[in-house]
Write a protein that binds this ligand. Structure first.
Ligand code: HEC
Length: 121
C-alpha cells in the first residue's frame, strides 16, 4: 500500500496530495453548509408568504387565478418541503423563481406552507 502512488514519489508529494484533498473536502462541506436551510418558523413565514407568494397563491395558499391552491390541491400527499424549496428557487412550470429571499425567509415560508398542509381538516 505504502509504496503505491502518491507515496512512491516521496513523502512531500504525499503530504501535498493530502493537503489538497483536505482543502477540497473543506470547500465542499462549506458549500453544502451554505445551502442547508436553518430552522424555519411558520409564524414568521406567514408574513413572508403573504408578501412574496400571496399575490398568486392567496395569503393562506388557498389559490387565486394566478396560482394554484397549495393546501388542498396536492390531494392525499402534502407537497414536500423540498418541492416547495425547488419551486421557490427554480420556479415550477408557469411559476417563476422567487428572487430576493434569504435562507431564513425560505425556511420560514416552507414551515408556513407545511403548517397549513398538516393543519388542514
Ligand atoms: C407569479 C405568480 C406566483 C408567485 C409569486 C408564486 N407562485 Fe407558486 N406557483 C404559481 C403557479 C402558476 C404555479 C403552478 C405551476 C405549474 O404547475 O405550472 C405554482 C406552483 C407552486 C407550487 C407547486 C410546485 C409543484 O411542484 O407542483 C409550489 C409549492 C409553489 N408554487 C409555492 C410558491 C411559494 C412558496 C411562493 C412564494 C415564495 C410562490 N409559489 C410564489 C405562481 C406563483
Amino acid at each position: 500500500m505504502i509504496d503505491r502512488w502518491p507515496f512512491r514519489h516521496g513523502t512531500a508529494l504525499g503530504i501535498g496530495v493530502l493537503v489538497l484533498l483536505t482543502v477540497i473536502v473543506a470547500v465542499v462541506m462549506q458549500a453544502s453548509a451554505d445551502r442547508a436551510l436553518p430552522m424555519g418558523y411558520a409564524a414568521a413565514g406567514e408574513y413572508s408568504f403573504a408578501d412574496h407568494c400571496g399575490g398568486c397563491h392567496g395569503s393562506y395558499a388557498g389559490g387565486t387565478e394566478a396560482g394554484p391552491d397549495l393546501v388542498e390541491a396536492s390531494g392525499a400527499a402534502p407537497i414536500s418541503a423540498i418541492a416547495v424549496e425547488r419551486a421557490i428557487r427554480d420556479g415550477a412550470g408557469a411559476m417563476p423563481a422567487v428572487e430576493g429571499l434569504d435562507n431564513q425567509d425560505l425556511a420560514d415560508i416552507i414551515a408556513f406552507v407545511r403548517y397549513l398542509q398538516t393543519d388542514r381538516p
